[in-house]
Write a protein that binds this ligand. Structure first.
Ligand code: SF4
Length: 208
């Protein structure tokens, strides 16, 4: 199988419990909750996306076989110590499979994923971050961190706390009312200390 990749780049993880770590980001093309086209946004299941995941025209984007993709990720990492890849999208579970996981393992990579949770995660992933979207059926209800972009209409944060995650993060939505979103996320954490605030530090730092 070959993989449609939007972009691959070396950066710092900006969000969640792993914020601040050096990581190669592997962004797959495509998502099952939005086409990625602005004209479709109003009718999409997920309408607040802040990511360009369409096509294969980004940095190091293209179509890859498993071994070639793992080799590219390793080349971008460029070191032997503590290699970390964050596989994202789009929705990575549309494409991530055992062959790519095995190929990344051969290079010694710790494998993290960021998913909307509507598709099950394959075995062999070290760090699963699920970011649930209102109005979807989340099947991946276990993992390492649940990252709730907040506020979202028709989403009950209290219900999420029964899912099997080590960390529960509230992250202000990147939207026109950024100040209101920050206030709402802070209010959620202050109301229930099982939540922890997550900020998109890569945007503050001007990183990709
Ligand atoms: S699920 Fe994630 S990648 Fe897909 S449209 Fe929503 S925010 Fe974007």
């Amino acid at each position: 199988m070959s993989y449609a990749v939007k972009e691959i780049f070396l950066t710092l993880q900006g969000e969640g419990m792993q914020a601040g770590r050096r990581a190669v980001f592997l962004r797959f093309a495509g998502c099952n909750l939005w086409s990625g086209r602005e004209e479709d946004r109003a009718d999409a299941i997920c309408r607040f996306c802040d990511t360009d995941f369409t096509g294969m025209d980004g940095e190091n984007g293209g179509r890859y076989e498993a071994r070639a993709l793992a080799d590219k990720v390793a080349t971008l990492w460029g070191k032997s110590e503590s290699p970390l890849v964050v596989i994202t999208g789009g929705e990575p579970m549309l494409q991530l499979d055992g062959a790519l996981i095995a190929a990344l393992r051969e290079h010694g990579f710790e494998i993290a994923v960021e998913t909307n949770g509507t598709l099950p995660a394959p075995a062999g992933i070290d760090w699963i971050c699920v970011s649930p979207k209102a109005g979807t059926e989340v099947v991946q209800r276990s993992g390492d961190e649940l990252k709730l972009v907040w506020p979202q209409q028709d989403m009950d944060p209290a219900a999420l706390l029964s899912w099997d995650f080590r960390h529960f993060l509230a992250q202000p939505m990147d939207c026109a009312d950024a100040q209101g979103a920050r206030a709402a996320a802070i209010e959620l954490v202050m109301r229930d200390p099982r939540w922890r605030l997550s900020l998109q530090t890569h945007k503050v730092l001007g990183l990709a």
